[in-house]
Design a binder for this molecule. Structure first.
Ligand code: SF4
Ligand code: SF4
Ligand code: FES
Length: 490
């Protein structure tokens, strides 16, 4: 365990620790472009140069291991001069795109120029090397080669993380540029991470480009519900609109995000978002829709069946259990989901497409219920006249629904989710709009946080269930989502 001194402070570090990592442990920030904690070390940008006593030249902190007795200076005059020189070098050929560049406000060149340079360029703008501007590379990304500083993070991401190796550096010297390898398209499941790790505006997201200046965005820490992995994310939003999702790197679950997960926010503001009820394919206001559904429930009572859903929060599943057990007093309810789980691509995407299979198990443990097979059997036999189910979960019993055609009252956020043959569909607020508890495939508790407000009149599902109970002549008296959790270990 070598002991080293950085800027006058000593610390002992594990063998193999680099100077950049050691400085980080001391809270000393060393600027970097090519270094990324989850990629191999390239040591090509020279932004991390530091002075090591007795070494003849400055050394790259990202690739130099700490050795016993090293004395390192990260802010000496020599280091400051070197940083200015590196920035001047990188900016020789960089275009002056900042006013129209999406990276402005979170750009490594802008930030470091302000922090470490502020020098006037000695090179004329007319002499800049011109490279190809904005071209679409794959379904999610645009590449602007003129802005690239050749840190190769993007190349390493594709060869080391996705192992798809679509990118390479071609040509030599100041003619070098990033390109697609012959015959390759940048269309793997993780391409938007490249826009995140590109330290400048060379790779940008086609979805996010020109939508919003980053300094207007508010950031809400929340969870991706695109599958059972339950990646931690930040939703970036402004004036009640979500503009992008980015990862919240953490040791347990994720450094990156998959592209489908990143785009899950689109359903919240999609054109088919449900803000009214649907009765037999016709849109009607929420209150009459609720009353119609409740009347059908009241008619059937003990012949009502309630199905939980691995796409709903623990709280909303618990409210459904209470509706069945306490309000309707029916034994026809089911919280029995056993989808196989595990990372299916070696990176993040889960075999289980639902975010809360494990959370529903808590509700089943507290309230019991039928197996999926038994519920399907009861529906098929005709004993069940009305089924209440979240739209996607209805797929688990689709054969029984088709065979016996009971009245299906579905809960859905978007019109595209409505199961064929639904009698009534009631909208509910998305988990980008209301809090909810989920348990990911590792059993880790994940809590969503509201980033935007639900459309007017659209309520959290537990509140919709509460109203259904009241309008069907029974009662739940839930005042909050947490009240539904009585008896559920969460
Ligand atoms: S495109 Fe971005 S990530 Fe790739 S080498 Fe250039 S600056 Fe680095
Ligand atoms: S792996 Fe799953 S949880 Fe993670 S970003 Fe993708 S869809 Fe979302
Ligand atoms: S961060 Fe060390 S050389 Fe680029």
């Amino acid at each position: 365990m070598p002991t080293i001194t950085i800027d006058g402070k000593s610390l002992e570090v594990a063998k193999g620790t680099t100077l950049l990592e050691a400085a980080q442990q001391l809270g000393v920030y060393i600027p970097r472009y090519c270094y990324h904690p989850k990629l191999s070390i390239a040591g090509n940008c020279r932004m991390c140069l530091v002075e090591v006593e007795k070494a003849p030249k400055l050394m790259t902190a990202c690739s130099t291991e700490a050795f016993e007795g090293m004395v390192v200076h990260t802010a000496s005059d020599r280091v400051k001069a070197a940083r200015r020189d590196v920035l001047e070098y990188l900016l020789i050929n960089h275009p002056l795109d900042c006013p129209i560049c999406d990276q402005a406000g979170e750009c490594g060149l802008q930030d470091y120029y302000m922090d470490y340079s502020l020098a006037k360029s000695r090179f004329s703008q007319a002499d800049k090397v011109r490279r190809q501007k904005r071209r679409a590379v794959g379904p999610q990304l645009v590449l602007d080669n003129e802005r690239c500083i050749l840190c190769t993070r993007c190349v390493r991401f594709c060869s080391e993380v996705t192992k798809t190796s679509e990118l390479c550096v071609v040509e030599r010297g100041d003619h070098s540029f990033i390109d697609l390898k012959e015959g390759k398209a940048l269309d793997n499941d993780y391409t938007l991470n490249i826009a995140d790790i590109c330290p400048v505006g060379a790779f940008t997201s086609r979805d996010f480009r020109f939508k919003q200046r980053v300094w207007f965005l508010k950031k809400t820490p929340t969870v991706c519900l695109g599958c059972a992995t339950g990646c931690l994310i930040e939703a970036h939003h402004n004036e009640n609109t979500i503009y992008r999702l980015v990862p919240r790197p953490n040791a347990e679950t994720n450094t990156w995000l998959c592209d489908p997960g990143r785009l899950t926010y689109k359903a919240v503001q999609a054109g088919d978002r449900l803000v009214k009820g649907v009765i037999k394919n016709g849109l009607i206001d929420l209150e009459p829709a609720l009353r119609e559904a409740a009347a059908r429930i009241d008619e059937a009572r003990a012949a009502v069946a309630v199905l939980g859903s691995p796409w709903l929060s623990v709280e909303d599943n618990a409210a459904l259990a209470l509706l069945a057990k306490d309000a309707l007093k029916t034994g026809n309810y089911c919280f029995d989901f056993n989808t196989e789980q595990g990372i299916k691509d070696g990176i993040l995407i889960n075999k289980d497409p639902a975010p809360n299979t494990n959370g529903v198990k808590l509700v089943k443990a507290a309230h019991g219920g039928l197996s999926l097979e038994e519920l399907s059997r009861r529906i098929t036999s005709g004993q069940v006249k009305v089924v209440l189910a979240e739209a996607r979960a209805a797929g688990f019993i689709k054969d029984a629904l088709k065979a016996a055609a009971p009245r299906l009252i579905a809960f859905a956020s978007n019109r595209g989710e409505i199961p064929a043959g639904s009698y009534a569909t009631l909208p509910y607020a998305s988990y980008f709009e209301v809090p909810g508890t989920f348990l990911n495939y590792q059993g880790l508790r994940r809590r969503t946080a509201p980033s935007v407000e639900a459309p007017e009149g659209v309520k959290p599902l537990w509140a919709v269930i509460n109203k259904l109970a009241a309008y069907s002549g029974t009662s739940l008296r839930l005042d909050s989502a947490d009240e539904a959790l009585k008896g559920v270990r969460s």
